[in-house]
Write a protein of this length. Structure first.
Length: 202
């Protein structure tokens, strides 16, 4: 039986070897490895966290048109340690969104909704929320439902709003669950049902 000390040493050796192999693959230009190395540095997983190194590796992978890396890089440009750059965030969210990456579609929609890094365009926000919602991204389904309920960038459509709230709720989005409960409590796009409303806020 291995001692705890020996097991810990082997575990560390494995981690060091894995990180070394990942680094070599990234240095060789393999985009998925560059993206994974960026995640390691962003999260400080067995290394000292470094936003600068995370940004470097996300950028290298993003330039190779890897949507996950484009999305990761965009996130760093919003409230990162190096300061916020909404225009760069918009650029990389758009690049990832145009490949169909749902999280990027949702975040691009949010930037259009808030006018961050771009002129506010609620119709564009609805368009991108809808694309992400159709890919079963629960947060986007809830966001789209809000736009439909209140007629932001589209006509008011309580029936469709309730449908998307339900999709978001079933997908586990907590705000979707609250909003679906509210829809049932007030008869928004559905028949009023206080029992069903109560069930969604439990």
């Amino acid at each position: 039986m291995h001692s705890l000390k020996t097991t810990d040493s082997l575990s560390k050796l494995g981690l060091d070897l894995g990180l070394d192999l990942l680094s070599k693959a990234a240095e060789a230009g393999y985009a998925p490895a560059q993206n994974n190395l960026a995640i390691v540095y962003e999260n400080g997983t067995h290394v000292l966290a470094s936003t600068d190194l995370a940004s470097l590796w996300y950028h290298r992978a993003a330039l190779q048109d890897l949507p996950k890396a484009q999305y990761g890089l965009a996130r760093l440009f919003i409230g990162g340690e190096g300061g916020s750059d909404p225009e760069q965030a918009l650029r990389w969210y758009r690049a990832a969104a145009e490949t169909g990456f749902a999280q990027a579609e949702n975040n691009l929609a949010l930037m259009y909704e808030q006018g961050e890094g771009v002129l506010k365009d609620l119709a564009a926000a609805v368009y991108w929320y809808h694309r992400a919602a159709e890919k079963d991204l629960a947060v986007a389904q809830n966001n789209l439902a809000i736009m439909l309920q209140y007629g932001r960038g589209t006509e008011i459509n309580p029936l469709s709003a309730a449908t998307w709230y339900q999709a978001a709720a079933l997908g586990g989005d907590p705000f979707g669950q609250i909003n679906l409960a509210n829809a049932y409590a007030n008869g928004i796009g559905v028949d009023q049902d206080l029992i069903e409303a109560y069930a969604w806020i439990l």
